[in-house]
Design a protein around this ligand. Structure first.
Ligand code: ADP
Ligand code: MG
Length: 694
């Protein structure tokens, strides 16, 4: 193996990485040492200084330390552990739902405790829910960290601490083995023109760094990596474009009577915008080259129907459609809708997700390969190797922002060959600036549904502080008794699905208690599919009137009868996410719908501005613009977290000033240095990703 070849070193060469850990790492896309050092932190924790409780702000992660005054287990619908802490300037309660007896025992009165977490308003003043903590004796002297703590995307099987060690081991490994050596530019004085120096810095920023510089993505080390990543994605888009150039798409010239029958069977007419978009798509389908089209339209604009028309046309021409959804709930919903629409027309619609049983899966896979299935709706499960289409003609990707470049590639490979490639339709409610779509995706045409179905009244939005919760509950009770259906969305704890689910459960019990005569249900990400299904169906049927849910409901769930949505702690979400959520109501013609933002005082200036924007406008494009404008400080991970693109560090909107440079560089590198182009693509985008696990 040539020295410096970074791709050839398997993670197993690192200390502490055995078969088990290596398997967990591969779930994160980390197979080589290089993958490990390019697994970049998505945020940092600052445990380099202590904050006095007396002046500790809310809603900002911080490190506190104090003496344990009391630690008690209480019962409030469920077991909880309350630990009271005092640091000479103020008090704080640490609250836990999930704890072992030994944990309780270790929280001895008089011991010192250090907690890292976010302070919230609790029933008895300042509290932290499930913070990371460390208990020590009063006499121990424990130093604070010397550098910021990186936080990485991980899986439940791999703890942060472990992953941190592995990555830092990978960095030492690169150093010892002189990897990246050939790339070190000597002519420049700037230390971060060296990719490896930039990487080292990013994984381990010193304590004295200005966190704001890091948060705004303006540090030279970040800039170096951002530029490289953008270049890599552009190279990749270029490669994709070249690959596809000259390929043929399935030609679909037949237009049967089914389209007319289908449209007649609907109890509404297409909007002009839907008609126009369908025309544009239909033109692409009948042309010789494969379609690459983005269908953009605000929530509720009726994208599904346009996608369905494309699938119907595809089936009419004897080709199959893959309908990809980001979540199981959404897949099930689309499956149901499409089945209702198309079974009278003798089309076979099936669904495949991670929770499809083995026997059903077997049947579907074989029917798919035989060509019996016309439309297969599903989640990431569709990427699995043994899922083989007989004649894949069209891939529809709904709410595309959840899928990355890999998946787009992988779906093209699935139905294609060197000569042919299926059509691709990407549906999204997130407006993607055209320049961005062009540079990062290669060529992509856009159709826009810029009109909502008639009779739709805009969702009115208002906000109340959570101190008015009791009043709100009363109002909800009335509304439910009138027969309306209500979503109650809680956004309690970010980052951990498990904790979020727990808090949702707690909230659910709370709500049930305050409105005992209303039928109430609960869904969150941790429920089994069967349970989730059951609850959502009951809500759809009206057997449940009040649905308590986490943001799992955000993407695409469609229950037209729901007319009221309460969003608790809206200050925790970005504008676009709030708008998406709100789009779950107001889906029925001629009914008034309302969204109530139940916020926690005091709000930051940005949160105030967001809430004001929500109250003032319903226009998805205005919202998207405002979102970008407000994102600026402190919330830079928005785009990446929402997964607009599968990027590790670049934020194409924040970093839009670099796009042009990156584009020029990509063209130059593609022309003059093909091996380097390969290195970059391999490093940032990867080529082979195994989805069989997802
Ligand atoms: P989105 O664009 O957010 O995916 P959907 O496709 O889920 O929106 O459509 C929202 C709702 O509007 C669905 O219940 C759908 O059946 C309905 N709908 C779609 N097109 C029309 C139309 N032209 N007239 C009336 N209702 C429509
Ligand atoms: Mg949709």
């Amino acid at each position: 193996m040539p020295e410096g070849n970074t791709t050839a070193h398997h993670v197993k060469e690192l200390k502490g990485v055995g078969p088990k850990v290596s398997e967990s790492l591969s779930l994160l896309g980390i197979k080589t040492v290089q993958d490990a050092v390019f697994h970049l932190p998505y945020r940092y924790e600052d445990r380099t200084k202590l904050t006095a409780l007396g002046e500790a702000p809310y809603e900002i992660p911080l490190l506190i330390e104090g003496e344990i005054i009391k630690s008690t287990v209480v019962f409030r619908g469920r077991r909880m552990l309350f630990t009271e802490i005092y640091d000479g300037t103020g008090r704080l309660t640490m609250r836990m739902f999930n704890f072992a007896f030994a944990q309780h025992k270790a929280l001895k009165k008089g011991s010192r405790i250090r907690c890292y977490g976010t302070i919230r308003h609790g029933p008895s003043g300042k509290e932290m829910i499930h913070p990371q903590y460390q208990v020590f004796e009063r006499t121990d002297s424990v130093e604070v960290d010397k550098s910021l703590t990186p936080v990485y995307a991980s899986t439940s099987k791999l703890q942060q601490g472990r992953l941190r060690k592995i990555i830092s081991g990978a960095i030492s490994y690169c150093e010892a083995n002189n990897l990246f050596k050939e790339e070190r530019t000597k002519e420049s004085d700037d230390e971060f023109s060296d990719i490896f120096q930039a990487l080292k810095f990013i994984h381990n920023p010193p304590a004295d760094i200005d966190l704001n510089v890091l948060l705004s993505g303006n540090h030279p080390a970040q800039k170096k990596l951002i530029k490289e990543e953008l270049i890599a994605h552009m190279l990749c888009a270029g490669i994709l474009k070249n690959e596809l150039e000259g390929r043929e798409g399935p030609i679909m010239r037949t237009k049967s009577s089914k389209e007319g029958l289908f449209l007649k069977s609907l109890d509404f007419q297409l909007t002009n915008a839907q008609n126009r978009c369908w025309d544009e798509i239909c033109n692409d389908l009948t042309a010789q080259s494969p379609m690459r089209r983005l269908l953009q339209g605000d929530v509720g604009s009726g994208k599904t129907l346009v996608g369905a028309l494309a699938a119907l046309h595809t089936a009419d021409n004897d080709w199959q459609t893959a309908f990809m959804c980001p979540t199981e709930i959404l897949a099930e919903q689309h499956h149901q809708t499409l089945s209702e629409w198309f079974s009278p027309l003798d089309l076979k619609v099936a669904i495949l997700t991670g929770s499809t049983t083995a026997s059903k899966r077997k049947k579907i896979v074989s029917e798919l390969e035989e060509g019996v299935i016309d439309i297969l709706v599903g989640t990431h499960a569709l990427f699995q190797k043994d899922v083989i289409f007989n004649r894949l003609g069209l891939t529809i990707i709904d709410e595309q922002h959840r899928f990355g470049v890999h998946q787009r590639f992988s779906m093209l490979e699935k139905g294609g060959s060197k000569k042919r490639s299926p059509h691709q339709l990407i549906m999204t409610a997130t407006p993607i600036p055209r320049t961005l779509a062009m540079t990062v995706y290669g060529s992509l045409e856009t159709s826009i549904i810029d009109e909502l179905p008639p009779g739709r009244k805009p969702v009115t939005t208002s906000s109340r502080p959570s101190s008015m919760r009791d009043k709100v509950m009363k109002r909800i009770e009335e509304v439910c008794l009138e027969g309306q259906r209500v979503y109650w969305v809680c956004t309690l704890i970010e980052e951990s699905e498990e904790l979020e689910a727990q808090s949702a459960e707690e909230l659910f019990l709370d709500i049930k208690k305050s409105v005992p005569n209303i039928k109430t249900g609960l869904v969150h990400g941790r429920l089994k599919k069967k349970e989730k299904d059951k609850v959502i169906n009951e809500f759809r049927e009206g057997e449940i009137q009040l649905l308590v849910c986490t943001t799992v409901i955000e993407v695409g769930v469609d229950v037209p009868e729901a007319t009221l949505m309460i969003i608790e702690n809206p200050e925790r979400l970005g504008l676009s996410q709030l708008h998406q959520l709100r789009g779950r109501v107001g889906r029925k013609a001629d009914s008034d719908s309302h969204c109530l933002l139940l916020y926690k005082d005091p709000l930051t200036a940005i949160a105030q501005e967001r809430i004001k924007t929500m109250e003032e406008t319903n226009d998805g494009f205005v919202i998207a613009e405002k979102d970008l404008e407000l994102r600026g400080s402190g919330d830079i991970y928005g785009v990446r977290q929402s997964g607009l693109m599968d990027l590790k560090i670049a934020d194409p909107i924040r970093d839009s000033d670099l796009l042009e440079f990156a584009q020029e560089e990509a063209i130059r590198i593609a022309k003059t240095d093909e091996p380097f182009a390969k290195i970059l693509v391999d490093r940032w985008v990867g080529t082979k990703v195994d989805y069989s696990e997802s």
